[in-house]
Write a protein that binds this ligand. Sequence first.
Ligand SMILES: CCCCCCCCCCCCCCCC(=O)SCCNC(=O)CCNC(=O)[C@H](O)C(C)(C)COP(=O)(O)OP(=O)(O)OC[C@H]1O[C@@H](n2cnc3c(N)ncnc32)[C@H](O)[C@@H]1OP(=O)(O)O
Length: 259
Amino acid sequence: MILRCLHAVRRFIPHCPALCRDAVSKRSLVKIPELLYSARASARGLSKMSLWPFSVSPWDFSQPNASWNAEMQEVYDRYNALCEVKAEETEKKPPWRKLPSYNRSLKYVTGGVYLSKIIQSKARLFTRNLKEHGAAFEYVVFMNKQEKRCVCLFQAGHLLEGPPGYVHGGAIATMIDTVTGTLAGYLVGPVMTANLNINYRSPVPLGSVVVLHGALDRIEGKKVFVTCRMTSTDESKLHTEATALFITVGPQWNSFEVS
Ligand SMILES: CCCCCCCCCCCCCCCC(=O)SCCNC(=O)CCNC(=O)[C@H](O)C(C)(C)COP(=O)(O)OP(=O)(O)OC[C@H]1O[C@@H](n2cnc3c(N)ncnc32)[C@H](O)[C@@H]1OP(=O)(O)O
């Protein structure tokens, strides 16, 4: 019973590997009181951090944090202000909405209802699973449903280095997939990427802030075509251009097997 509890603790404290390794070895059972004390201490520490998984209200990674540079904060403030602007009298909501973002996104988005409970409990979004703020993907998506477009502010951390001093092309592709996929998913429900075409026009300096502009091109049956441009924050410099095709997927996801 105790072992099963410790295994459960190991599953839910992914950021405490040393404790988990110790906790599941039978030899360390004699140290259980110490381990429990240590687990409590870890829990206290982790609960102050963003990734504590037992938190009642999940951590929203779209909130500003200390790793953001002045430019990221300034552009964020600008778009965030748009989310508070009242639209025409006839419309109740402002046209812009800042999307929350969690490290277990599927749990909290509409599409998650199509997935089995097991998939939901295991599903992670890899862009949101690093402990260190600012090390990799710092981003926020603002959605304009009326205009069927979105913008994403992206600050690239040092772990995303490809060519010396510049962001890796795969990391850029990840962000384009994330932004276009979020837009498609927001507009039509759960989708899978079928095709992604990227033209890299100019390298993105590591640590810099860029803006991704995603826009719906068209919808044809199950196919959702989205375009994306990645530019400097003042839009004077084009970094990448991309087109993406998403295919809507539905309840058949329930038949996915989980190992
Ligand atoms: C409140 C907040 C909301 C949002 C909050 C979101 C939170 C967080 C978001 C993070 C956002 C991350 C977004 C990442 C999204 C991935 O990264 S998904 C992972 C990468 N993608 C994959 O692994 C997909 C693998 N491929 C597949 O599973 C299947 O091939 C697909 C794509 C589902 C298509 O399935 P299929 O059975 O082939 O589709 P099928 O019905 O036969 O074809 C439909 C149509 O599409 C066409 N088609 C299919 N594939 C292709 C292709 N590759 N090229 C061209 N045409 C194609 C077919 O020809 C057909 O055309 P029509 O005959 O209808 O004209």
